[in-house]
Structure formats: structure tokens, C-alpha cells
Design a protein around this ligand. Structure first.
Ligand code: DGY
Length: 327
């Protein structure tokens, strides 16, 4: 059967060419991502079997119920907090994501953010562009040294390990909480309290789950050393944004770099007003190569499921197996 594959946005690299004859339905190049009502109406078509979605699309039970024949949701992201995995599993819908191919891009961007926050690059850029720079002075925008300091990684998964490898190049000591044993990466596991108190830089890489939502709250921020820096490329809701703005405003933290926000693309006004904060519009994986390969992984997962094969990046494989799903 030729199935309809609905994509909520246009993806780079013409991934539809990999679809093995199935029909790609989605916005054209240059068109905005479809709003929920639009992609829901395409999803409801009786010949739709697959959905390729973004991290900003909420795939809940109501969406899944529009089409009982849906077989697979391919999330164009490694984080799957936007997908109700329980609801998908209960409807025998496979959920796939895009790990690995974005690791190096995300780790590079984390380091860009860390360096930018440490060296106040955003403030410097704004000063120059505003025509307000009055020339070299010994005390202009003094920042923090990075080399030889201690980096704490909250969530030592694939991206966290790639960040840890980069940190070693800067002569940093690496601590971590949550995650896999370091393997080839020199990093020491410590309890969260020690991570917070002992690191000069903290970088967040854990997924957003009920256990990590709001994990970096006012108490956690207060436990950090004065002048410490926080960066995150994970998910905004792991950090209490109001508490972060407050810690920056009081001068307790020396800086922060945020690539992700609780309510994207809205930015909490307290963050916009906070000093020493570098803001980026969720660019962690934004290289041409990573984004193209993410699209290919989504389409490969769709093609696998539609051909009766288990996709390589199946997120709810164990839960589906527990329901007796065999590939
Ligand atoms: C992800 O993959 O989860 C990132 O946030 C976007 O690449």
C-alpha cells in the first residue's frame, strides 16, 4: 500500500526521496511549519500512516486519536518530551527520534555558549553594534577564565560526553551527575549537591522528564559558587527561569547561556532583563549536516516501520514489546 506520510514542516535535504514510493505531505520549501489544526487534518486522512514532527508539535492522545491507522511518529529531535509516549504505546504507535547525528553539532554549540557566557560576547557585540564602544580599556567587560576550571555536566549521555571531551582540551576537570559511566571520557561522578557546589561551569544535557522538570531551581542555583556560570542546550523547563534571572540579577551567578526556553519561542521577560545572559534561539543542532541527517533518520524510521522493520532509533521499543509487538 502507498501510505501518506505527513510532515508538519519542510525538512532540509529532500528526505522524501528516501520514502520508497510513499507520499510525502507537508509544507513546501519556504512555507511556514503547519499549525496544529492543519497537520491534524492531514493526519486524520485514512491513508496516513506516519507523522514526522518537530519538538514544538505536541503529540498527545487527542492527536493520535485522529487516526487509528497511524503506525509511526518520527520526531525530528533527540528529545521526545513533546510526545506522549504512553499514549503512543497504548495505540501501538512506534516513536522514533534522531540521536547520534546531532551530537558533535550540539557539543560544539554548548561550548560556543559556554565561552560566550564566560567572555561576555553578547554584551560586547551589542556594545559595538550600538556604536557605544569608546576604545580599549583595562576593565571593559571582564569575564571568567575557562581553561583549567571545573565543568559540571548534568546528564552524561552522548552529547554530555562530547562536551566533556571538548572540556579536556581546555584542561578542565569534569564532574557529572546522572548518566552513563564515562567510558573513554575522563569525568568523575558526584552527587548533585557536589556538582552544583563544586563546578565553575554547569552544562545541562539531561532529557526533560517529570524528574528533571524544574530540577535547577532557586535552591540549586543558590548552592552554586558565587560567580559560577550555567549553560543549557537541553530543555528550558529543567531550569526555573525566574530563579535564574534572580540569581543573575543579584550577581550570585557570573553568567549564563541559554539555547532553550520553557515556552519557546516566548522568552520570560525576567530573562530578557537579566544581566550577563547570552540567549540563542534553540540552535544546538543547527548545522546543515546535522539537520539533513536528522531528516534522513526520520524518513528511514518511517520507511522501516511501514515495511514491518524495527527502526534503529525506536524510543518506545520496550514498552511496545511488553504489549506483544514483534517486528
Ligand atoms: C533535540 O534534538 O532534542 C534538540 O533540541 C534539537 O535538535
Amino acid at each position: 500500500m502507498v501510505a501518506r506520510v505527513v510532515a508538519t514542516t519542510h525538512l532540509p535535504g529532500d528526505p522524501a526521496r528516501l520514502l520508497d514510493g510513499h507520499t510525502w505531505i507537508g509544507p513546501a520549501a519556504g512555507e511556514d511549519a503547519w499549525p496544529r489544526a492543519r497537520w491534524l487534518s492531514e493526519l486524520a486522512h485514512p491513508e496516513t500512516r506516519a507523522l514526522v514532527c518537530l519538538l514544538s508539535d505536541h503529540i498527545d492522545g487527542a492527536a493520535l486519536d485522529t487516526n487509528p491507522a497511524l503506525r509511526v511518529v518520527a520526531n525530528y529531535a533527540v528529545g521526545v518530551d513533546n510526545v506522549d509516549l504512553t499514549a503512543a504505546t497504548a495505540r501501538d504507535v512506534a516513536v522514533a527520534n534522531t540521536p547520534d547525528v546531532l551530537v558533535e553539532a550540539s557539543a560544539d554549540f554548548t561550548f560556543a555558549l559556554l565561552l560566550a557566557a564566560a567572555r561576555r560576547l553578547g554584551e560586547g557585540e551589542r556594545l559595538v553594534r550600538a556604536g557605544a564602544w569608546r576604545g580599549w580599556t583595562p576593565d571593559l567587560l571582564l569575564g571568567a577564565e575557562v581553561g583549567g576550571r571545573t565543568l559540571g555536566i548534568l546528564g552524561l549521555g552522548r552529547i554530555g560526553r562530547a562536551v566533556a571531551r571538548r572540556a579536556r582540551g581546555f584542561g578542565m576537570t569534569v564532574l557529572y551527575t546522572r548518566g552513563a559511566p564515562p567510558g573513554d571520557v575522563a569525568a568523575t561522578e558526584v552527587p548533585l549537591t557536589e556538582l552544583l557546589a563544586g563546578s565553575d561551569f554547569l552544562s545541562i544535557h539531561c532529557p526533560l522528564t517529570p524528574a528533571t522538570r524544574g530540577l535547577v531551581d532557586a535552591r540549586a542555583l543558590a548552592a552554586r559558587k558565587p560567580g559560577a556560570i550555567l549553560v543549557t542546550t537541553a530543555r528550558g523547563a529543567i531550569v526555573d527561569e525566574g530563579a535564574l534571572a534572580d540569581a543573575l540579577g543579584r550577581g550570585h551567578l557570573g553568567g549564563a547561556g541559554l539555547d532553550v526556553f520553557t515556552d519557546e519561542p516566548q522568552i520570560d521577560p525576567r530573562l530578557l532583563a537579566a544581566p550577563r545572559l547570552v540567549l540563542a534561539p534553540h540552535l544546538g543542532s543547527a548545522t546543515t549536516s546535522a539537520r539533513t541527517r536528522m531528516a534522513e533518520l526520520c524518513v528511514t524510521a518511517v520507511r522501516d516501520v511501514l515495511s514491518g522493520r524495527r527502526p534503529a532509533n525506536l524510543v518506545n521499543g520496550d514498552a511496545l514489546a511488553a504489549r506483544g509487538r514483534a517486528w
